[in-house]
Write a protein that binds this ligand. Structure first.
Ligand code: ZN
Ligand code: ZN
Length: 347
């Protein structure tokens, strides 16, 4: 077994602290990745604090992983020692269900092996995430990382990037479309960059007026402060697509009302409690409210290649791992522009 250092939460009320554990030995299809950077996703916090009620402790969070491949199994063909490798929100899946066969493994109908807070294919051994020195990965679930982008800014693409790219791609956002992005946090700022890069006219909806300058520097064309609902009235029935990235309680109806006929709003955030939906928000104009969860391996690779071509990365604040607990508090207060990324050299 491979001795590995990490940071873990021992329980829902404990802070993260150093934690030693073991990774499996490499199989024929496996690569060993020395982790260089790991992003801090809001779902790390939800899960470390058992806010979704399904936590397994001790927990080593982290599913926005970029690193260097230091060893490869005998059967590995896609990677060699020295290559960069990336890991997103899952490290394996059943491989035989319809979703896996169609390359949308995130919706695996069998056992999706979450990068952390999950179990390996044996459904017993806990998985540990990227707040750690190294990870053993099947090459087929390892992403190729572009070499022309700063790696700390690439790490958050593995969750925040694909979570926003996938619905923009699925609903064919493009030139001439009016797109709304609700919330300007880790997900929202990627949504803005990606939607702008696809040629859409982008409006950011935010509760904090202080984010207007940032929104515009990310490329947004318009900025609307949502504290006063009157600001939204002139925008009713004007939008082609809305990406709702908010993970706190909020009113989805006021955004649904902005959609034109038969257009779509996508939820990608995960508030703890159910949202209130007025039927008429959908019935009027025949609108749709849909969800989207990360992306499959193929689409995640496509997103990384797209970001390499368009020179898109996440705006990040790099921290040593010793500041992780403070980073959690600041993430909750939206006091980060726009993603914390751990420099794993500090471990
Ligand atoms: Zn995430
Ligand atoms: Zn499957």
């Amino acid at each position: 077994m491979l001795k590995t250092r990490g940071y873990a939460a021992e329980g829902p009320t404990s802070t993260l602290a150093p934690f030693d554990f073991e990774r499996r030995e490499l199989g024929a299809q496996d690569v060993l990745i020395e982790i260089l950077y790991c992003g801090v996703c809001h779902s790390d916090i939800h899960q470390a604090r058992n806010e979704w009620g399904n936590s397994i402790f001790p927990m080593v969070p982290g599913h926005e992983i970029v690193g260097r491949i230091t060893q490869v199994g005998s059967g590995v063909t896609r990677f060699k020692v020295g290559d960069l490798g990336g890991v997103g929100c899952f490290v394996d899946s059943c491989r035989v269900c319809q979703s896996c066969k169609e390359g949308v493994e995130q919706y695996c109908e069998g056992h999706l092996v979450a990068t952390y807070n999950g179990t390996e294919k044996d459904e017993t051994t806990p998985t540990y995430g990227g707040y750690s020195s190294q990870i053993v990965m099947d090459e087929n679930y390892t992403l190729k990382i572009p070499t022309n982008l700063p790696l700390e800014g690439v790490a958050p693409l593995l969750c925040a990037g694909i979570t926003t790219y996938s619905p923009l791609n699925r609903f064919k956002v493009g030139p001439g479309q009016k797109v709304g992005v609700v919330g300007l946090g880790g997900l929202g700022h990627m949504g803005v960059k990606l939607a702008v890069s696809m040629g859409a006219e982008v409006t950011v909806f935010s509760t904090s007026p202080t984010k207007e300058a940032d929104a515009r520097s990310l490329g947004a064309h318009h900025f609307v402060v949502t504290k006063d609902p009157q600001n939204l009235e002139p925008l009713a029935n004007k939008f082609d697509f809305i990406l709702d990235t908010v993970s706190a309680q909020h009113d989805v109806n006021m955004y649904l009302n902005l959609l034109r006929r038969e257009r779509v709003m996508v939820l990608v955030g995960g508030p703890e409690k159910p949202l209130e939906l007025a039927s008429f928000s959908l019935i009027t104009n025949g609108r749709s409210l849909v969800g989207s969860m990360i992306g499959g391996i193929r689409e995640t690779q496509e997103m990384l290649d797209y970001c390499a071509e368009k020179n898109i990365t996440s705006d990040v604040e790099v921290i040593p791992i010793q500041q992780i607990n403070e980073a959690y508090e600041r993430t909750i207060k939206s006091d980060v522009r726009y993603r914390f990324v751990i420099d794993m050299k500090s471990l």
